[in-house]
Structure formats: C-alpha cells, structure tokens
Design a protein around this ligand. Structure first.
Ligand SMILES: Nc1ncnc2c1ncn2[C@@H]1O[C@H](COP(=O)(O)OP(=O)(O)O)[C@@H](O)[C@H]1O
Ligand SMILES: CC(C)(COP(=O)(O)O)[C@@H](O)C(=O)NCCC(=O)O
Length: 335
C-alpha cells in the first residue's frame, strides 16, 4: 500500500482522480491514509459481493474464462480444458487469498458464506519462508515445483506397508502431513524443495478437504477455486482437481478461472459504475434541465458516464489480458 501511495504522490494522481474504488480489508484499513496523504476518497465495496460480480462479468465476457482438469485422477496426465460456465448456479466458491472464504452461491445476488479457514495462501507463504528461507511467493512456488512431499509427509503406505483397502485409502495418500519430520535422519535428508512442496501440498489438501465437505453439506456439485494463491500454481490446481474427483467418486467437479485473483477489483469497478449510472439515471429522470455528465463531476473527475461504457472499458482491458498473469510483480492483491 505504501508503494501505491508513493506512486500516487509522485504521479500527481490526486489531480486526475478524486475517488478510488477499493475492496477487501485494505479498503477499510487504509481509508484515512488515502485521504490524508493523497487527498483521495475511497469508494468501498464488500469483497465477497465484488468477487461474485467480477466472476459473473468475466465469465460472460470471456468464453474460455472457466476451465477444469481432464483426467484429474492422474495428476501427471491431467490437462486443462475449457468448461462451459454459462449456467453456473448453484456453486461453491472457494476464495484462497491470505485466508480462505467459502461461499455457497445460488444466484447473482444470492449467496452465503458457509465456511472458511485461516490456513490459506498467507500460511503457505509464511511457513515456506520460515522453512526454506525463501523471500517471495514466486520463489516458494519454484522450490515446490522441484520438491517431493513424500520425503516429508507420512503416507498411508508408511503406516500400512501398502493400501488400507477397507476404506479405499491408497498407499500413496498422505496419512500425516510433515509426519516424518520428527525423525532426525529424515529431517537432515530433506531439501528446501521438499519442504516447500510438502507445505504446498499440506495447505492445498486441507483447503480441498474443507471445500468438499461444504459441497456435500450444501448439496452442490461444482466447486470454483479462485484467489491469488492459485496464481502460477498448477500444482495446487491439479491437486484440488484430484481431491474433488477422488474423494467424491467423480461426483464433484473442481473449476478454475483464468483471472483468478482479479475478480474483486473487477467487481468493485463494475459496482462503482453501476452506482454512478443509477444515480445518473435518477438525475436524468427527475431533472430534465441539467445534463447528467455535469452531475457526475461532483463525485469524481474521471468517472465513466454509464454502465455499458464502463463495461466496455473493463471488457477491452480483459480481452488484452486473457492469459494467466505470470509476472513477478508486486502482489495483485485485492486488499
Ligand atoms: N506476488 C505475490 N506476492 C505475495 N503473495 C502472492 C503473490 N502472488 C500470489 N500470492 C499468493 O496470494 C495470496 C494472497 O491472495 P489474494 O487473493 O491477493 O488475497 P488477499 O486479498 O488476502 O491479499 C498470498 O498469501 C500468496 O499465497
Ligand atoms: C478475513 C478474510 C475474509 C479476508 O479475506 P482475504 O484477504 O484473506 O482474501 C479471510 O482471510 C477469511 O475468511 N479467513 C478465514 C477466517 C475463518 O473462517 O477462520
């Protein structure tokens, strides 16, 4: 946030815009700093409302936004395929940010937060930094890509010598995450890569397990995973796809979205422009003499004048970035 405020000061943003759309905890936490340091007002929107609005908008604009993994049961062979998400409801939405929020979505304005866990993307990054000495999410993922969790975790076969057939637990399932690390020799033989991989697998499996229970409780068969934790992170997406398929005997489908961490920001912008458009329509209906564009200038110096114009702008921006962002830039965080 301090970087954004510095940039806003250096570039004189306050002279161009008076209002910045914001969502997530940061919209509340940094409101005073925005006002005091750069004289900008925040238009704040709830992170879960904007998340859903952003997803629904992106799905309509981009026919290949949504995908799943074909052959999910074979992680080495599973492959990304487009999924038709044009009839989305109902679905479970799992937002893996710093922490995890799980929602049951019944319609565009009809959802409830059914669960959550504090073991999320922030936990992966924090533990990984502690265990491996890495300094960024990208580094953590790179390490994890080269590591092997089986040297760190205790598998069913380490306990049973093979499968635990009676309950369908195959020998290669993780029985206990980090379950070998109490043994000194094992500890000294694991690499940073193995530790990063085991951390990623631990956090991902836990999220998958809670998401599956939510889907069962809500009697829903589509589970959509979003959030920046999934950015440049096919290991977790393939694992989640495997977990949904395996534990549900093929009845649950894990779905993913190309713009995984951007929906809050997108929904925020749409909601802001929707409010302006509504206000403008009201003004146009009641005041036939004054021009709508003049009334908008009292709110912001640089606001689009109607919803479709705003939607077009957002849509153009999306069309130019339809691939998953892979840059090592600062976090694309909503907060
Ligand atoms: N460049 C990055 N820097 C920091 N964290 C990142 C980055 N890219 C992905 N992440 C992951 O995304 C998580 C934050 O997800 P995000 O959807 O932005 O949620 P939040 O709104 O809580 O910031 C981090 O905890 C981390 O696991
Ligand atoms: C508080 C939050 C909604 C904030 O969202 P985030 O910035 O992590 O995306 C989220 O971190 C969360 O739901 N945490 C889990 C809390 C719990 O249910 O235990």
């Amino acid at each position: 946030m301090s970087n954004f405020l510095l940039l806003a000061k250096q570039k004189g943003m306050a002279e161009l815009v008076t209002t910045v759309c914001a969502t997530g905890g940061g919209a509340f936490k940094f409101e005073n700093e925005f006002r005091q340091q750069v004289n900008m007002k925040l238009a704040k929107f709830d992170e879960l409302d904007t998340l859903i609005k952003g997803i629904l908008f992106a799905e309509v604009q981009n026919p290949t936004e949504c995908y799943f993994y074909e052959n999910a049961r074979d992680i080495m062979k599973s492959e990304k395929r487009a999924f038709d998400f044009s009839k989305p409801y109902p679905f479970i939405l799992v937002n893996v940010g710093s922490g995890v929020s799980i929602l049951a979505v019944y319609g565009p304005d009809n959802f409830k937060r059914v669960s959550g866990t504090s073991l999320g993307g922030g936990t992966f990054l924090g533990l990984c930094c502690l265990l491996t000495g890495c300094n960024s999410f990208e580094e953590a993922i790179q390490l994890a890509t080269k590591g092997d969790n089986r040297k760190v975790d205790k598998l069913v076969r380490d306990i049973y010598g093979g499968d635990y057939d009676r309950f369908g637990l195959t020998g290669d399932l993780v029985a206990s995450s980090f379950g070998q690390m109490h043994i000194k020799d094992k500890r000294s033989s694991v690499s940073r890569e193995d530790l990063a991989n085991a951390t990623l697998v631990t956090i991902t499996n836990n999220i998958g397990s809670i998401a599956r229970m939510c889907a069962l409780n809500e009697k829903m068969d589509k589970v959509v995973f979003v959030g920046n934790f999934l950015r440049v992170n096919p290991i977790s997406m393939k694992l989640l796809a495997y977990a949904m398929e395996f534990w549900s005997n093929g009845t649950l489908k894990a779905l993913f979205l190309e713009h995984e961490g951007y929906f809050g920001a997108l929904g925020c912008l749409l909601q802001f422009n929707g409010e302006i458009a509504a206000a403008l329509n009201e003004t146009a209906e009641t005041t036939t003499t004054s021009s709508p564009s003049s009334s908008s200038s009292s709110q912001s110096k640089a606001e689009p004048t109607n919803t479709s114009q705003a939607a077009e702008t957002v849509s153009n921006a999306m069309n130019s970035t339809t691939t998953t962002p892979t840059s090592n830039n600062v976090n694309n965080s909503d907060s």
